[in-house]
Design a protein around this ligand. Sequence first.
Ligand code: P6P
Length: 347
Amino acid sequence: MSSRSVVTIERHIIEAERQFPKATGAFSNILYDLALAAKMIAHEVRRAGLVDILGYTGDVNVQGEEVKKLDEYANEVIFKALDHTGHLCGMASEENEDFIPIPDKFPTGNYCVLFDPLDGSSNIDANVSVGTIFSVHRKISDHPRGCITDCLQRGTEQVAAGYIVYGSSTMLVYTTGNGVHGFTLDPSIGEFLLSHPYMRIPNPGQRTYSVNEGNYGKWCPEQRRLVDHLKGMDGANAKPFSARYIGSLVADFHRNLLYGGVFMYPADAKSPKGKLRLLYEAAPLAMIAEGAGGKASTGTQRILEVEPTSLHQRVPLYIGTAEYVDMAERFLAGAPIDAEAEVVAGV
Ligand code: P6P
């Protein structure tokens, strides 16, 4: 008989809420609703390959419903799971250009949720793991029903952050600032069960780096030196790193969270701010990484301290094992090689 008790995400959230006597339950309900949306999205992601086989035309399915692209579907599921609850003052999504107000027919609340409904969705047809990323902030604006100001907050102000990775199993990982906790979906009962309490990035953990080396020619010299160093090509790295790159942010991040490693999406000549988005990709994953003992940087600044100016702004991202992120920052600052050699020897 296993010694570990069965804890659903609902039970975990309730226990966490009890630590805050003044908690109203609104925050807990938002997390419940996100978990419900995740179950619905997981169900569809699992069936993605069957759309044609099951007789869906790709436009209208057998029930006569319009078959949406999965990222549009995921976007709609999350919105509809949250829009009527009275807990939110608005949302923002990778799929929507503008701030998403709560429909007038519904009451508003004191939180806003930003999300990437299905990151990496272009990989779905290849059966590659994809993910949902979410970030929760408190309402700070004077607007009676909420406005974009409530979304444009630094990552340090997040009250919760998390992701769902739809892979060989479906896992929901979240933090409210009191540890990072992972839940695995048991599809036979439709429950997320606590499988990874208090997750910590192994220190130093696996010597793995994740980056699209196809962009090497567009990187700055310091970025090139960093990757050359990680690969042992400069003669100053006694233990060259292994390369692992899935091309799906949540999947790459999740692996580094579990095993250690560093994920990089640098700025380059084509994307001077990098490719990944601050508010609903880098900042929530940074809260998770730091909560698990890791780090997240733009290469020069802590991700959580970046001051947002627009909903979809991009940032370069270096995230994972703290020592490896520190080493990346040293390289990007042009540190002399001997300092790197000492660092690597110690890492
Ligand atoms: P590239 C997927 O399109 C995504 O947004 C992230 O999930 C992933 O990390 C990145 O882009 C991959 O980008 O340029 O390497 O294909």
